[in-house]
Design a protein around this ligand. Structure first.
Ligand SMILES: CC(C)(COP(=O)(O)OP(=O)(O)OC[C@H]1O[C@@H](n2cnc3c(N)ncnc32)[C@H](O)[C@@H]1OP(=O)(O)O)[C@@H](O)C(=O)NCCC(=O)NCCS
Length: 381
């Protein structure tokens, strides 16, 4: 049998391969820093609202007061979703994963969006606002449909993040909750060329539409090695349930070569800068709702994993306890990540359209060549 001789170098997982240039965000894995359009995340987190950050990601500058007010009103007004999408949500089996419903609903939104096929700048901006606004509504509506509770309309006094929490739970978030849900959205908004962003850019590079690219991004984010890790973190915390059990549980996992969810990162070799902010609110909120043990367990896990493997928490680790304290159901954690990251995906999709080259890598073929065809009558295994 012939073999193909190829001099191609395969970089498994595309580790350290730069697939494009970007101005949107920069992940400095050596120094544990994250920049949005050149601004250090530590200077933005807890200071800029989610709407300010979305504006920044899309326009490369922060908005003025007037611009922000208009932008925020447009976003909140865009939160309504077509009734057909609500009907579809009602038809879904109650045990299907919320990320699957979200993926399906975003795909369905494209059918009702008047600008779906317009990938020009203004068409994209109109869709961008609608999508970032509609995704939180899909998630909130799904939860309320499943709980047989009436669906709520956004409150114009709240921004996107607080409205999401209000429409999901039915109770308006207090000041601290508003601050924390906004912070979660800010911290998850963008993160370089992660798997879901890359997926979205590959789809955009074929000049397909924005909804298609977002559907791909949601599909990639759903996996436990990416955005699905936060739900698994909460499952682990529930299983451990007691600080005294942490050592044995984690050692057992490591001995069996199992991955500790919420730890490790392809790019960061030191602490994920987003974890610092989430750790602080994990402690504050867990204490506030009388579940301090969840923070204590998390903190103990962090120490043990650091000592044993020199691996640090990523964004998903403390986001689990923060979301738990905000009353977000466990199987919805990844959808919150998706809602926030939709703004980053869109920034990247628009950047891709702006200077497009079809993303089409190659592969190193290691199969056989020239195999003789045998007709079905003469074929045996
Ligand atoms: C995110 C992740 C996929 C990055 O992995 P990666 O860059 O491919 O890193 P590698 O798989 O090469 O791992 C390097 C080493 O660290 C270990 N490691 C990485 N993450 C680990 C984790 N969460 N728990 C235990 N060990 C881990 C690997 O086992 C490997 O150890 P070894 O060299 O002794 O075999 C990985 O850290 C992971 O699976 N984390 C858990 C899932 C998660 O939290 N995902 C959210 C990411 S934001």
């Amino acid at each position: 049998m012939n073999e193909v001789k190829q001099e191609k170098v395969v970089v498994r997982g595309l580790e350290d391969v730069a697939a494009a240039e970007t101005r949107i965000s920069y992940v400095d894995g050596v120094n544990g820093q994250l920049f949005y359009q050149g601004y250090n995340i530590h200077d933005i987190a807890e200071k800029a609202s989610y709407e300010e950050v979305v504006f920044l990601l899309w326009n490369a500058r922060f908005p003025t007061k007037d611009e922000l007010s208009t932008f925020r009103s447009k976003l909140v007004a865009g939160m309504r979703i077509p009734s057909q999408v609500v009907e579809m949500i009602k038809l879904t089996p109650p045990n299907s994963h919320p990320m699957s419903i979200l993926r399906t609903a975003v795909s369905m939104l494209s059918i009702y969006d008047p600008d779906t096929e317009d990938i020009g700048i203004s068409g994209n901006l109109r869709k961008a606002i609608r999508l970032v606004a509609q995704i939180p509504t899909i998630i909130a509506d799904l939860h309320r449909v499943r709980k047989r509770q009436p669906l709520l309309s956004p409150d114009p006094n709240f921004g996107i993040a607080a409205n999401f929490l209000y429409m999901l739970r039915g109770t308006p978030p207090d000041e601290l909750e508003q601050k924390v849900i906004d912070l979660i959205m800010v911290l998850h908004a963008d993160h370089g060329f992660n798997a879901s962003t890359f997926t979205a850019r590959v789809i955009a590079s074929t000049l397909s539409d924005m909804h298609s690219a977002l559907v791909g991004g949601i599909g990639a984010l759903k996996g436990p090695l990416h955005g699905g890790a936060n739900q698994k973190v909460m499952k682990m915390l529930r299983e451990i349930d007691n600080v005294d059990m942490v050592q044995a549980y984690i050692e057992g996992m490591l001995e069996n070569k199992k991955r500790i969810m919420g730890f490790g990162h392809r790019v960061y070799r030191v602490e994920d800068p987003r974890a610092r902010h989430l750790r602080k609110y994990s402690e504050l909120l867990s204490e506030r709702i009388g579940k301090r043990h969840l923070f204590e367990i998390s903190h103990r896990i962090e120490k043990i994993v650091k000592n044993a493997k020199d691996i640090y928490p990523n964004v998903d680790f403390y986001s689990a306890t923060v979301q738990n304290a905000l009353g977000i159901p466990e199987d919805y954690y990844c959808t919150v990540f998706a809602a926030a990251r939709s703004s980053g995906w869109i920034a990247h999709i628009m950047e891709q359209y702006g200077d497009n080259r079809l993303i089409r890598p190659t592969s190193k073929y290691i199969g056989e060549m020239g195999r003789p065809f045998i007709s079905i009558e003469n074929r045996t295994i």
